[in-house]
Write a protein that binds this ligand. Structure first.
Ligand code: KIV
Ligand code: ZN
Length: 498
């Protein structure tokens, strides 16, 4: 029989502790609604005693969502617990998450206390909370570094006091996966009343092991995981929700599942990243920009033949339309043809060979080729075989210099070269062209635009010229805007002189 792993999302509590990522109440409600739609079982909505803003957010989130349990964090302090219960008053399903540090570091140096005193404090807090709400979760802070025997005593005592979910946090992200898995197993095997509670993992990523530790905990018997969207959280962050959800989805052999609607993962990730102004690293598993992008020619060819060759996750499963084939100078003809097909452009083999050479020229100048760039390339292809074509262009320009341009053209089957001055490199180039074609062609309108962004971008030029009272339009595009302007002018002049 398959067993469910409950998803406890702490994006709005541990995640929100990230400096600079604070959300206002309206934004928190938006995230909470997205988490509800995503299918999380529990939303940790805040730490109500910490500030009036946090208190208010827990109140408003309790009103705004109805399916998940709403959880509020407290210390093992009566005042905290009273405030949390008050903040949760509108929640349909409510949980108080109370606890205390149980490792030697916490007992000795944080509390200047003894293991026995801490155990009594834990029990008192759980009993107090149980008088106010039906569901109490206990956390043994720094459980990762807590002696297993003592941890088992604390867990047994708080379950007897009424806690039904026991959180075993690896607060400092120090524990190794096999140790964390063994800790959970140890508790299952040594706590007599453990069948009355669910064990929960809460792992931090200080050594990059949060997901591995959480998985080890789940395989060891934990049935709740505390996670955040995009893995945000204190310091190096918490376990990321999307990684655990997709691991369990991809590895059916574990016999475990979550109720996460994985198709909503990407949208939720983007929402959290945008609202928290916290970009997702490009190579982040599942939700990074490059997670489904293939850039090497060999991989692109393999993926186009059969997606599974280089992908273990169907991008559609996480809400991405399709894997992306990033066109770069390393891309092959197969990837280029595929992208042209998507744009509705069909090329024969010889046409593709021709356009591929131009594609490589452009890709050498620009890191990544997008659809706009390809359309420009197609447009340039169409212009080949026109009556007037640019062979070469050289400009000299700069501060305190007259601009000069030397232009060579193939014009009506013959080669001409002229040099001219101008009040800038573009003006000089157009003057050189005018002296080759020997016609009075007046520039009427001239617009330069960058297609996307970045200084390596393609400049797009639209031009209109007037000849004998009639307007003719031209278009050019190139990473060199002088060349783009010359191409646009020749495009228009070609129409004048055809
Ligand atoms: O990391 C931790 O130990 C915590 C507890 C407060 C649950 O966030
Ligand atoms: Zn934490």
């Amino acid at each position: 029989m398959k067993e469910k792993v409950h998803i406890f999302d702490t994006t709005l509590r541990d995640g929100e502790q990230v400096p600079g990522c604070q959300l206002n109440t309206v934004e928190k409600i938006e995230v909470a609604r997205a988490l509800e739609a995503l299918g999380v079982d529990v939303i940790e909505a805040g730490f109500p005693v910490s500030s009036p803003g946090d208190f208010n957010s827990v109140v408003e989130i309790s009103k705004a969502v109805s399916t998940p349990v709403i959880c509020a964090l407290t210390r093992a302090v009566e005042k905290d617990i009273d405030v949390a219960a008050e903040a949760l008053r509108f929640a349909k399903f409510k949980r108080i998450h109370t606890g205390v540090g149980t490792s030697e570091h916490h007992i000795k140096y944080k509390f200047n206390s003894t293991p026995q005193e801490i155990l009594e404090r834990a029990v008192k807090a759980v009993k107090y909370a149980r008088n106010l709400v039906d569901e109490v979760e206990f956390y043994a802070e720094d459980a990762g570094r807590t002696n297993n025997k003592y941890l088992a005593q604390v867990v047994e005592a708080v379950i007897a006091a009424g806690a039904t979910i026991i959180n075993i946090p690896d607060t400092t992200g120090y524990t190794l996966p096999h140790e964390f898995g063994a800790k959970i197993k140890y508790l299952i095997e040594h706590v007599p009343n453990i069948h009355k509670a669910i064990l929960s993992t809460h792992c931090h990523n200080d050594l990059g092991m949060a997901t591995a530790n959480t998985l080890a905990g789940v395989l060891g018997g934990a049935r709740q995981v505390e996670v955040t969207i995009n893995g945000i959280g204190e310091r190096a962050g918490n376990t990321s929700l999307e990684e655990i959800a997709m691991i369990l989805k991809c590895h059916k052999k574990t016999g475990l599942y979550t109720d996460i609607n994985t198709h909503k993962i990407m949208a939720t990730s983007r929402l959290v990243s945008t609202l928290m102004r916290m970009p997702v690293q490009a190579n982040k598993a599942i939700v990074g920009r490059n997670a489904f992008a293939h850039s090497s020619g060999i991989h692109q060819d393999g993926v186009l033949k059969r997606r599974e060759t280089y992908e273990i996750i169907n991008p559609k499963d996480v809400g991405i339309k399709e894997s992306s084939i990033v066109l770069t100078a390393r891309s092959g003809r197969a990837a280029l043809k595929h992208r042209f097909n998507l744009l509705g452009i069909k090329y024969s083999k010889s046409e593709l060979d021709e356009v591929y050479l131009r594609f490589l020229e452009l890709a050498d100048k620009k890191k990544e080729i997008n659809d706009d760039d390809l359309l420009v390339l197609v447009d340039r292809e169409k212009k080949i075989n026109k009556s007037i074509q640019l062979i070469s262009l050289q400009v000299v320009c700069g501060k305190s210099l007259y601009s000069t341009a030397t232009v060579s053209l193939n014009y009506r089957g013959e080669t001409f070269t002229e040099a001219a001055l101008g009040n800038g490199p573009i003006d000089a180039s157009l003057n050189a062209i005018r002296s080759i074609v020997k016609e009075k062609i007046r520039l009427e309108d001239f617009v330069i635009q960058a297609i996307t962004r970045g200084s390596n971008d393609i400049g797009k030029v639209n031009m209109s010229v007037e000849y004998k009272g009639v307007l003719h339009y031209g278009f050019g595009a190139n990473t060199d805007i002088v060349q783009a302007s010359v191409e646009a002018f020749l495009d228009a002049v070609g129409k004048v002189l055809k």
